[in-house]
Design a binder for this molecule. Structure first.
Ligand SMILES: O=C(O)CCC(=O)C(=O)O
Ligand SMILES: [Mn+2]
Length: 193
């Protein structure tokens, strides 16, 4: 389903994976993924990122963001299955994935663009969510009169950002005071060689 967005393309499939299956994926992946605690630099200080991450991809691909160099872990079967399913719908052959594990409401990801040079111009980013529902917020960078978009991401849902979205919009997962369980998010990407 298309979500109207000026200067960008957004689509959302709420029941991409049936709810009960999505909870099974959450439990298995939380155990099987090699989660890492990365550090971020802000105003000259070093902090723990407020979430755990993992980077999976085809051999030889690497990825850099916020000064962190990530070398990919080889695919595991379950991730490969999900990658194929998502690639089929998005009509894009994804070759890598950044996984995010939000342990609770205090874990978050601040406003950013997925605009690293290795993603190329107008990247297609497909984002799969399992577990606690979190709000995905998009704000237009230039035009402050455009209202912020808030999209509650359900367990088993798939959100696809495409077109010029990464040029004109920033997105984030804010912290929440609600008492909630863990959430796992997989963003499939294409890294250009
Ligand atoms: O957790 C999410 O839904 C978004 C994650 C994200 O924006 C990213 O990994 O670049
Ligand atoms: Mn992002």
């Amino acid at each position: 389903m298309q979500i109207p967005l000026s200067d960008g393309e957004l689509s959302y499939y709420q029941d991409f994976i049936p709810h009960d299956e999505s909870i099974q994926y959450l439990q298995i992946l939380l155990d099987d993924i090699k989660w890492q605690q990365n550090k971020i630099k802000m105003f000259g200080k070093v902090y723990d990122e407020p979430r755990l991450t993992a980077w999976y991809g085809d051999q030889g691909l690497s990825y850099k963001y916020s000064g962190i160099q990530l070398n990919p872990t080889p695919w595991i079967e379950m991730l490969e299955e999900l990658k194929s399913k998502v690639s089929l719908l998005a009509k894009v052959q994804f070759n890598s994935a950044l996984l995010n594990y939000y342990r609770g409401g205090n874990d978050s990801m601040g406003y950013h663009q997925d605009n690293e040079p290795e993603l190329g111009v107008n990247p297609v980013i497909a984002s799969l969510s399992f577990g606690a529902e979190r709000t995905f917020q998009l704000k237009h960078i230039r035009d402050k009169s455009i209202k912020r978009k808030d999209i509650p991401l359900k367990s088993g849902s798939l959100l696809i950002m495409a077109g010029e979205t990464q040029h004109h919009w920033k997105h984030q997962i804010p912290k929440t005071k609600k008492s909630i369980g863990p959430r796992l998010n997989i963003t499939f990407r294409v890294i250009k060689h």
